[in-house]
Design a protein around this ligand. Sequence first.
Ligand code: PDD
Length: 276
Amino acid sequence: MKTPVKGVFNGAFDTVDNIKISPFSRAYTFSDSVYEVVPFFNSSAIAFNDHIKRLEFSANQLSMDVDLEKIVFEINSLIKSSEFENGYVYYQVTRGVDSIRSHMHEPELAIETFGYVKAHLFEWKPVKVSVCDDIRWGRCDIKSTSLLGNVMSMNAAKLDNCDEVIMHKDNLLTEAGASNLFFVKDNSICTPALNGNILPGITRALLINELKNHDIKVTEDDFRLDDLSHASCAWLTSSTKGLAPISQISNLESNLDIYHPLYKKSEEIFNKKFLS
Ligand code: PDD
């Protein structure tokens, strides 16, 4: 039998199967929603406040008024209610239910919230990727549930047996479909600088900061496909992947070492601090 997924919808805790939503929810008609994925390890959330701050930023960008205290309580309750020690909480904030589908929403709709908790193994898993054009909108710094660009590119890559994509705009590297990108070139760790085309990943920031604490510098700058092609190793970061080394890029000439000393050092430092 399938274990029921525990969730919370508009403040009511229940199994996800029992949650009913209106088809006029703007999550359904317009993806008028923002979200977070908050990982927990040994029953403790990783970088909880950073996730809450980013959710607040995303909601503010959409002029949604969120009750952060309630959200903090609900995410913590989901983690506590979980029978698993390691996992993540998905939490979504939606503008609300409109009276009819209309791009311009009615004023003062009641915010709709939805969260669920799921077990997750933070496993070491090398990934195969492909590179593709970044076809997404210009505000990828907002963690919106509108992810069609990512969905289209990642599913095209799946047909090529890839686990992820690395996107670029006119050769300028942005990020991966559901993670941020790091690579080593000329023995220095590089990652694309943040701008409206990139989600400011929490794992990205945690890693940069931890490396800094160990006197290892990360260069945040504009990088091109050519830089990636000349990299000696590369990896992705996200709340669910942690650090995942890239074993192969299917459509770009490259020679990546998943056991490169700078990758192994980064992984060791990150895992020691957050996943042990
Ligand atoms: N994805 N970039 C994109 C486009 C992402 O969707 C994610 C995370 C990241 C990494 O962010 P963070 O380190 O804060 O998880 C970067 C989540 C895990 C998801 O959508 O499932």
